[in-house]
Design a protein around this ligand. Structure first.
Ligand code: SF4
Length: 243
């Protein structure tokens, strides 16, 4: 019954979600759609066999900080700021010693830098006081940190190979809809749909495939359908090419 309700929420564009765990997938795909999905991910794999995050990091802590800083900001802007930040503080202990007043000027080119500086220092304090300076690689523990939501935790866990996850940002959301991989109206429900249809072998890479495809090919305003590796499998292509 709960699953039916959530399925309906996904189709109708409501924001239904059960608790803090992953949402349930919306309508299961037909065999024909499954075949199309497989082909799409096969092609992404052929085009990007070893996709990586574009954020620069050297440890779980610097990855976590970089992902927190990247919320509503570009990876490029984060990568410009983090060399100086990590030169000054590449451990929770050093970040805590630097303090928000020390962090803020180093990340001032990134949106919401004051809030992010406070969060980075607050989460560093928790890592020092509760985890001996280590990053807890568990979803609940990560999501309890200041500035860390489900999406950030997913990126960190997936990137470090702890737990396959597809963090649904604006690029993933757009590509999933254009390719007809999901019709759900919330990131959590799109994530559930994607987790249900991506072939197992591609689960840890699917997040990168979809983000990179959205960032460089299926861009928001004028998608480059002419050089899209899955154009013949895309139900939205005609909208942009006129046929
Ligand atoms: S064909 Fe165009 S709209 Fe469809 S996925 Fe490719 S770039 Fe995006």
């Amino acid at each position: 019954m709960l699953r039916e309700k959530i399925t309906a929420a996904g189709r109708l564009g409501e924001t239904g979600r059960a608790g803090h765990g992953p949402a349930m997938p919306t309508t299961p795909p037909s065999p024909r759609e499954k075949k199309r999905f497989r082909e799409i991910f096969d092609r992404f794999e052929a085009a990007m066999p070893d996709p990586r995050t574009e954020l620069t990091y050297a440890s779980p802590f610097t990855l976590l900080v970089a992902v927190v800083l990247s919320a509503q900001a570009t990876d490029v802007s984060v990568n410009k700021a983090t060399p100086a930040l990590f030169a000054a503080a590449d451990t929770p202990q050093k970040m805590l010693a630097l303090g928000a007043e020390g962090v803020a000027p180093l990340i001032s080119a990134i949106g919401l830098f004051n809030t992010k500086a406070r969060n980075v220092v607050a989460l560093s304090r928790i890592l020092v006081e509760q985890y001996g300076g280590a990053v807890p690689l568990r979803r609940e523990a990560l999501q309890a940190l200041p500035g860390v939501g489900r999406k950030t935790a997913s990126v960190v866990l997936n990137e470090l190979g702890v737990e396959p996850a597809i963090a649904v940002d604006t690029h993933v959301f757009r590509v999933a809809h254009r390719l007809g991989l999901s019709r759900a109206r919330t990131p959590d429900l799109v994530e559930a749909d994607l987790m249900a249809i991506v072939p197992k072998a591609g689960l840890t890479r699917a997040h990168h495939w979809l983000i990179l495809h959205g960032r460089y090919v299926c861009v928001a305003r004028k998608p480059a359908c002419g050089r899209c590796p899955v154009a013949d499998l895309c139900p939205s292509r005609e909208l942009f090419t006129g046929g």
